[in-house]
Ligand binder design. Structure first.
Ligand code: AMP
Length: 249
């Protein structure tokens, strides 16, 4: 079984985003970019399935600028076998990403597509669900456990107030939640090896997909600045202040 893993290049999760002065978006000039953390979990899960003998090949895909090659090389260094870069400098919305992934899924015929549950830059949480709709495949979102059993996959989902386990017939779409696994770091020898793994470059038009935006961003703003706190001398003073603020126990 082949596994397709879409990986997005996003602002590194340790970087504090700076909003552009004109409020049109986040300033990405000269800031550290990395693989979306949920996608690292997806790559890790695919590698573990391959190590268990449940998968034969892992194909990483990224839709983004030329620099998204670095993200793909990271996936290859972790253990993916080959990569496809669908190169574009446009901001690509989840629907267009899902359409491109559908075309790749048609060509590659994977048994599983493992995506992140959301990209931490836009927080859309849409692509996996849209891909499942476009392909007509079963979906198991917010996975905290994935087991492949013959031609089906059992996915434990993190739902409000507990866990839900579903059995999907493959091919299927799975999206990763935080507790699924802890991604490995690529070793230096594997980083070197990844440089010679195959990386194919395509464009959205190769897949007949129009990436023109459907959504217009009206405004991006910084969160309100946190007010400074005050120090109280003791519990009595704290209780008095809380009462004065109208906070009741
Ligand atoms: P989103 O729906 O944008 O929150 O993204 C959910 C998941 O879809 C991500 O974690 C990735 O696995 C995948 N994805 C979204 N955008 C891209 C992209 N440009 N390239 C590759 N994968 C993507």
């Amino acid at each position: 079984m082949k596994i397709l893993v879409p990986v997005k290049r996003v602002l590194d999760y340790n970087v504090k985003p700076r909003v552009k002065a004109d409020g049109t978006g986040v300033d990405l000039a000269n800031v550290k970019m990395s693989m979306n953390p949920f996608d690292e979990i997806a790559v890790e899960e695919a590698i573990r399935l391959k190590e268990k003998g449940a998968a034969s090949e892992i194909v990483a895909v990224s839709i983004g600028p030329a620099k998204a090659q670095e993200t793909l090389r990271t996936a290859l260094a972790m253990g993916a076998d080959r990569a496809i870069l669908v190169q574009t400098d446009d901001a690509v919305e989840p629907l267009a990403v899902a359409k491109i992934l559908k075309a790749i899924a048609d060509a590659e015929a994977p048994g599983l597509v493992i995506l992140g549950k959301q990209a931490i830059d836009d927080d859309n949480n849409q692509t996996g669900q849209m891909l499942a709709a476009l392909t007509g495949w079963a979906q198991g979102t917010f996975a905290s456990k994935v087991d492949v059993e013959g031609d089906s996959v059992s996915v434990t989902r993190e739902v409000d107030g507990g866990l839900e386990t579903v059995k999907l017939k493959t091919p299927a779409v799975v999206t990763t939640d935080l507790r699924l696994n802890e991604p490995r770091y690529a070793s230096l020898p594997n980083i070197m090896k990844a440089k010679s793994k195959p990386l194919e470059t395509k464009s959205p038009t190769d897949y007949g997909v129009d990436t023109a935006p459907r959504v217009k961003v009206l405004k991006v703003a910084e969160p309100p600045v946190r007010q400074a706190g005050i120090k109280v001398a003791d519990v009595d003073e704290l209780v008095a202040k809380l009462k004065a603020m109208g906070v009741h126990s």
